[in-house]
Design a protein around this ligand. Structure first.
Ligand code: SAH
Ligand code: SF4
Ligand code: F3S
Length: 471
C-alpha cells in the first residue's frame, strides 16, 4: 500500500462508529420503516465507483434507497466538473430540490464530488443554496457518516472541501449498482495537467491501489458471479509507475486475466503517452481481456496537442494504433476528442478529421471545448465563435457516423459473444454489448440477462446492431 496516501485505520474506525450513531438516531426518528436515500452520480465511471461507496456508507447508517428525490429523506448528488454543462445541470437539479425541502424540512440534502471540491462552487452553494445541508469535496468523502451525524444532531450546515494530495481509502462498504458488471478503481487522481482539464485540481495527485488488494477484489467479484470487470483510472497505464515492472499495469492486467472463471475485463482510460506495446501484447494474449481499447487522442494536430500538454504527437499515436491492429485485427477502438480548443484553426481541425478517418473508431465521445476556471486553457485567447465550433463539431460527428456505419455493416452475418445487459424497447427484446462495446439487440428470454450468449448479426445499423440469439 502506498502509505503516503492511505487513510489511517483509526480514522475509518471513527467513521464506522459515526455510522452506528447515525443509525441509532434514525431508528428513533423513523420507527416504522427505514429512511430512504436518493443518490445520483454524474460524470465518469470513477465517480460512479465513488457513488457506490457513498451508498455503502449510507446503507451502514441504516438508509434504504429510492429512485425518486421526492420520496427521499436524504438526497445526495455526486457531481462532475469536467465541462460547464455538467455543472449547470447540477445547479438546476439542486435548485429543483428547494420546493421539496420546503414541504419536507427534515430532508437532508448533500452535494459532493469534483464540482464541489472547487472553492468557488462551494462558496456559491453556501451563499445561494441555503437549503443544501452538506457540501463536501472528493478528499473527505469517507467522512460522510460524521457529516450526517453532525447535521442530524445540530441542524447546522456542514461544508468541508479540505484540499489535499488525495488519499486511498480501503475497506469502505460498497453497494454496487449492478450484479454482473463491476467497476474497480485501480488508481485515483491525475498528474498530467492537460491544459484544458479540471481533474488534477479536484482529484489530487496520481496514486495507485495496492496490486494484491486489486487482484483480490477482482477474484472476489468473479467468485460472486460478476461477468464484466472494468478497471478504472484517469491514466491506467501509469498504474504503479514507480514500482518494478511486475507491479505495473500490464502485469496487473495479465494477473487478472489468469483468474479462473467466466468473465471479461476492460479498462479505462489509457493515456497514449503511457500506452506501451507490452500492454497491447498482454491484451492480445488473453480471451478474458475485451478487445476494446479506449485511447483518447483529443486532437489530430501536433501544435494543438502540444498546447493541450498531452506529451505525444500524431505520429506516436498512429504508430500505437498500427501496432494494436497488427496484434489484434478485430480490435475495437474508441476515443475522446475536443473540438475548438483555444487557438485551433480550421486547418488544424482538419487534422483531427483525417486522423479519425485513418483510425476508424467504433465510436467517439466528442466534446466542444469548455473553459474550466483555474486551468491553463481558461486564459488562452479563443476567438472562434460557438456557432463556428458547432459547425466543426457537426462535420466531425457526420464523419464518425459514416465510419461507424461502415464498421457495423461489416459485422453482418458474423457471430459475437455478448454480455446481455437488460431489456430493450419492444416485446421480448434484449440488449447487450459485444466485447468491442457495440450495442446489440435481439429477441431472447429475460433469464439471459447477466450471461454471455452468442448472437449472429442480421441487421446492422449505425449505433446499434440487430441480431438473432444462437445460444
Ligand atoms: N483521463 C482521461 C480523460 C478524462 S476526462 C484521458 O486523459 O484520456 C474525459 C474527456 O473529457 C477527456 O478525454 C476530454 O476529451 C474531455 N474533456 C476534459 N476536459 C474538457 C474541457 N475542458 N472541455 C471539453 N472537453 C473536455
Ligand atoms: Fe484530465 Fe489529462 Fe488527467 Fe485525463 S490525463 S484526467 S484529460 S489531466
Ligand atoms: Fe467528472 Fe470528476 Fe470524473 S470532473 S469526469 S467526475 S473525475
Amino acid at each position: 500500500m502506498n502509505s503516503r496516501f492511505s487513510v489511517p485505520e483509526a480514522e475509518l474506525e471513527k467513521q464506522r462508529e459515526y455510522a452506528q450513531l447515525v443509525k441509532t438516531v434514525l431508528n428513533s426518528r423513523f420507527p416504522l420503516s427505514p429512511p430512504k436515500a436518493f443518490v445520483h452520480t454524474y460524470g465518469c465511471q470513477g465517480n460512479v465507483a465513488d457513488g457506490e461507496r457513498l451508498q455503502g456508507m449510507l446503507m451502514d447508517m441504516g438508509y434504504e434507497f429510492t429512485d425518486s428525490p421526492d420520496k427521499a429523506d436524504f438526497v445526495l448528488y455526486n457531481t462532475c466538473a469536467i465541462r460547464e454543462h455538467a455543472e449547470d445541470r447540477v445547479y438546476g437539479n439542486a435548485g429543483a430540490l428547494k420546493p421539496i425541502k420546503k414541504s419536507n424540512p427534515d430532508l437532508i440534502i448533500a452535494l459532493c464530488g469534483c464540482m464541489t471540491q472547487q472553492a468557488s462552487v462551494a462558496e456559491r452553494l453556501r451563499k445561494s443554496f441555503p437549503f443544501v445541508d452538506i457540501v463536501f469535496g472528493t478528499h473527505v468523502s469517507y467522512k460522510l457518516p460524521e457529516f450526517v451525524y453532525r447535521v442530524l444532531c445540530t441542524g447546522m450546515r456542514v461544508i468541508d472541501i479540505t484540499d489535499s494530495e488525495g488519499n486511498i481509502v480501503e475497506g469502505l462498504p460498497v453497494k454496487r449498482d449492478g450484479t454482473f458488471r463491476a467497476w474497480v478503481p485501480i488508481m485515483y487522481g491525475c498528474n498530467n495537467f492537460c491544459s484544458y482539464c479540471i481533474v488534477p485540481y479536484v482529484r489530487g495527485r496520481e496514486r495507485s491501489r495496492d496490486f494484491e488488494t486489486v487482484l483480490n477484489e477482482v477474484k472476489e467479484l468473479v467468485k460472486a458471479g460478476y461477468k464484466e470487470i472494468t478497471l478504472l483510472g484517469q491514466n491506467v497505464n501509469s498504474y504503479n509507475r514507480d514500482l518494478p515492472e511486475e507491479k505495473r499495469f500490464p502485469a496487473l492486467l495479465d494477473a487478472i486475466s489468469r483468474i479462473d472463471g467466466d468473465f471479461i475485463v476492460r479498462f479505462m482510460t489509457s493515456h497514449p503517452r503511457d500506452c506501451t506495446k507490452e500492454l497491447l501484447d498482454v491484451m492480445a494474449s488473453s480471451d478474458k481481456i475485451a478487445k476494446h481499447l479506449h485511447l483518447p487522442f483529443q486532437s489530430g494536430n501536433d501544435r494543438v496537442l502540444k498546447e493541450m500538454n498531452r506529451h505525444y504527437d500524431r505520429k506516436k499515436y498512429l504508430s500505437l494504433i498500427d501496432y494494436a491492429y497488427s496484434v489484434m485485427p478485430e480490435l475495437s477502438i474508441t476515443s475522446d476528442v475536443i473540438v475548438g480548443f483555444p487557438g485551433e484553426t480550421y486547418e488544424e481541425f482538419k487534422d483531427t478529421l483525417s486522423l479519425i478517418e485513418k483510425v476508424k473508431y467504433t465510436s467517439l465521445f466528442t466534446f466542444i471545448f469548455s473553459p474550466r476556471p483555474g486551468t491553463k486553457a481558461y486564459d488562452m485567447p479563443d476567438d472562434i465563435s460557438r456557432e463556428e465550433k458547432g459547425r466543426w463539431f457537426k462535420e466531425l460527428t457526420d464523419l464518425q457516423e459514416s465510419i461507424a456505419g461502415n464498421r457495423t455493416a461489416s459485422m453482418k452475418d458474423k457471430t459475437y459473444r455478448v454480455l446481455v445487459e437488460g431489456k430493450a424497447k419492444g416485446e421480448g427484446v434484449l440488449s447487450g454489448r459485444t466485447e468491442g462495446n457495440v450495442i446489440i439487440e435481439f429477441q431472447g428470454d429475460e433469464s439471459l440477462i447477466g450471461t454471455f450468449v452468442n448472437v449472429k448479426v442480421t441487421e446492422p445499423k449505425t449505433w446499434v446492431v440487430y441480431g438473432e440469439y444462437i445460444g
